[in-house]
Ligand binder design. Structure first.
Ligand code: ADP
Ligand code: MG
Length: 228
């Protein structure tokens, strides 16, 4: 049997707020199978970013299990977690977080170089992705010289450059006008479908969410199916 790409089991997350405790997640569970694209649609403040940060091993939950590719994250050493994050997980945020001093092409190359790929291989893979996302003509430009939609396409390319198993996207088109959002989302979807990775995408865009395999929401700190 194939392992799920991601499994969250009874994940709870609490934040201290002065004297009180804010319980953001209260036993959230979710299983993402390989190749599955799932939209996370829920109002602001309900814990979407928290859930994604925990799924991506950027934050440790108060309790519960995060299982990636069959391995329970809390049982791993810090080095193993870092390796898993680097090699198996790609992130896309609302704001691109590209490095301003580097070109689009270099931004896509960097995670590959960090992962130990030779420079020419990383470069040729970056070129393929730029081609695929139809921004090859912008390869040598720095992020500040790119439009919002181009920046997000570079950010998506960077996130999947290392061929991760899981893509986590936190409102990836939240900062774009509707037409650009739809275009960028199409690019993301095509890339995910073509490479067979799984994706969990937080979005407020119901039209885009409807194109995913399924939709979930957060209700009272738990993940539940969202009736479209
Ligand atoms: P969403 O992404 O759905 O808007 P978040 O996961 O960002 O929601 O936040 C959920 C709740 O948790 C909010 O009330 C937020 O203020 C709170 N929160 C998030 N991160 C922290 C933190 N590091 N410390 C304290 N409170 C936090
Ligand atoms: Mg958020």
């Amino acid at each position: 049997m194939t392992n799920p790409a991601l499994q969250l089991r009874a994940v709870a997350q609490e934040y201290g707020q002065g004297d009180s405790v804010l319980q953001v997640l209260k036993g959230a569970s979710l299983t993402l199978m390989p190749g599955e694209m799932v939209a996370l649609v829920a109002p602001s403040g309900t814990g979407k970013s928290t859930l994604l940060q925990i799924a991506g091993l950027l934050e440790k939950p108060t309790s519960g299990e995060v299982i990636l590719g069959g391995r329970e994250a809390s049982a791993l050493s810090d080095d193993e977690r870092t390796a898993l994050r680097r090699n198996d997980i790609g992130f896309v945020y609302q704001f691109h977080h590209l490095l301003p001093e580097f070109s689009a092409r270099e931004n896509i190359m960097l995670p590959q170089l960090i992962a130990g790929l030779p420079r020419d291989e990383a470069g040729s893979r970056a070129d393929d992705m730029l081609d695929y996302l139809r921004i090859a003509h912008r390869a040598e430009h720095r992020p500040a010289e790119l439009s919002g939609g181009e920046q997000q396409r570079v950010a998506i390319a960077r996130a999947v450059a290392n061929a991760p198993r899981l893509l986590l996207a936190d409102e990836p088109t939240g900062n774009l006008d509707p037409q650009t959002a739809s275009y960028v989302f199409e690019a993301l979807e095509a890339l995910v479908r073509q490479s067979g990775l799984s994706a969990l995408i937080a979005t407020h865009n119901l039209e885009l969410a409807a194109r995913m395999d399924r939709q979930v929401t957060l209700r009272d700190g738990q993940v539940v199916p969202r009736e479209a």
